[in-house]
Design a protein around this ligand. Structure first.
Ligand code: NAD
Length: 439
């Protein structure tokens, strides 16, 4: 991986500043360029998707879907423009609210969805008229560099630059005085560090951080009917999804059946290399993350939990961890209270619904949550009580490009997605004018 030295950032940010003058000036040219960028990403899909699989680990079909979502984000934001509004409130002046871009934006992203999370940041930032310096995780630089090269073929020079390297590259980028917005996706501790770094230049900060989403099963749930959906809501991308289901609360009466339905799927799913056609779950992306998942599981098992499926690393080369369902997990175990971000799912029994809601809301995270049951109105009434940014009924983690995406509590600051994501990259510029008085 090309390891950029932090000292090289000055030249990169400088170039982003120079490119900003032309890029901000012509909204119609921006739309055309972003639509061309979407086409170029799709056209490069046969190169991008296998590289993403080899680098990140996910099955090829999921990499193809990620490339498609990357192009879709460019196309969606290419069509968005801010609205100028006028305030007439009886004074002899009226106010016109216009929107201006901020300047060079730093986009810093993690390794679980390197391309689509990057696009979730650069597409709205570019559509708003900013330029972008994009830094992927050192665990997944290659597909992002290829994406950068593809986009360099259609965007003006300096409008989007990819920089790769280990820390302190990200910290220096977040603190760079030429950056006007730091938009970050990653873990809570790094998010706090990024906010601190950006404070020096008072750059705007948008943080999309970790989650510990709970799925609450109602007492009328049809377990067999939902088991596949619930399983994949937890284990897609090997559980490395910010808004994966990370814990399940099941009524005590149904708990054993829920555990068995999920465990049976975990035992039979094909785990392997992402380029093998039958693979449904790939490896954990990197060694530190594998060690973390292993330690959380080991600790829970040592404290008395049981694993009716998985519970250990798979033998042989690679970072493969057996899809794991945990039961009898003692209260307070970090695999429940923290974010495992891997193929391990604790299933916890509850007696009264209030207990499950309190537990779901009790971790400090507030990204998403879901409620599952046969009566959707009862499920929705319970979902209303969850403290998080997005709730789902009978599914989990489905997102529309047009919706706002924001966590509460430790899960983030600011709003991404839809028009809110565009305005997150703009500042209001207000013009007061006297009403025409005939003079
Ligand atoms: P991470 O916080 O370790 O790293 C994220 C990015 O920040 C990487 O590019 C990393 O190189 C960079 N970085 C590391 N230290 C930095 C510093 N001091 N200053 C600036 N940048 C720094 O996260 P990760 O392990 O790559 O990703 C997993 C985490 O991301 C999980 O917590 C997951 O929930 C979260 N995530 C959140 C969302 C969301 O939308 N809310 C989406 C995906 C992942």
């Amino acid at each position: 991986m090309p390891d950029q030295r932090p000292e090289e950032l000055d030249a990169v940010v400088d170039r982003a500043h120079r490119a900003w003058t032309g890029w901000r000036a012509d909204p119609a040219a921006r739309t055309t360029a972003l639509l061309a960028a979407a086409d170029a990403v799709e056209a490069a899909g046969d190169d991008l998707a296998p590289l993403l699989t080899r680098e990140q680990g996910k099955p090829l079909a999921e990499s193809r879907a990620e490339v498609a979502r990357t192009a879709a984000r460019l196309r969606y934001f290419a069509g968005l423009t801010p609205t100028t509004t006028r305030i007439d409130d009886g004074r002899p002046v009226h106010s016109e609210i216009r929107w201006r871009p901020l300047g060079p934006v730093a986009a810093i992203v993690p390794w679980n969805f390197p391309l689509q999370l990057a696009a979730a940041k650069f597409a709205p930032a570019l559509a708003a008229g900013n330029t972008v310096v994009l830094k992927p995780s050192p665990c997944t630089p290659l597909a992002t560099r290829l994406l950068g090269a593809v986009l360099a073929g259609v965007l003006p020079e300096g409008v989007l630059t990819v920089v790769t390297g280990r820390e302190p590259l990200g910290a220096r980028l977040a603190a760079h005085p030429g950056i006007r917005h730091v938009t970050f996706t990653g873990s809570v501790p790094t998010g706090r560090a990024v906010a601190g770094a950006a404070a020096a230049s008072l750059a705007r900060v948008t943080l999309e951080l970790g989650g510990n989403d709970a799925a609450i099963l109602m007492d009328d749930v049809d377990v067999e009917r939902i088991a596949d959906r619930l399983f994949w809501a937890a284990f897609r991308n090997c559980g490395q999804v910010c808004m994966a289901v990370k814990r399940v609360y099941a009524p005590a009466r149904l708990h054993a059946g829920v555990v068995e339905a999920l465990a049976q799927r975990a035992r039979s799913v094909v785990v392997g290399h992402g380029l093998d056609q039958d693979t449904r779950i790939g490896p954990v992306n990197n060694a530190p993350q594998l060690a973390r998942v292993e330690e959380l599981t080991r600790r829970a098992l040592a404290a008395g939990a049981r694993a009716p499926a998985g519970g250990r690393r798979l033998d042989g080369p690679g970072h493969f961890f057996a899809p794991t369902v945990l039961t009898d997990v003692p209260p307070g175990e970090p695999v429940v209270t923290g974010e495992q971000f891997g193929p391990v799912l604790p299933v916890l029994p509850y007696r009264h619904l209030d207990e499950a809601v309190d537990a779901a809301n009790g971790t400090g995270f507030g990204l998403g949550g879901s409620v599952w049951g046969t009566d959707p109105d009862r499920a929705a009434a319970t979902a209303d009580r969850l403290s998080c940014g997005t709730v789902w009924i009978n599914h989990h983690a489905e997102l529309s490009l047009a919706q706002p995406f924001a966590g509460t509590g430790d899960s983030g600051v600011g709003v991404a997605g839809g028009p809110w994501g565009l305005y997150g990259n703009l500042r209001p510029f207000v013009v007061h004018r006297p009403e025409e008085d005939g003079r």
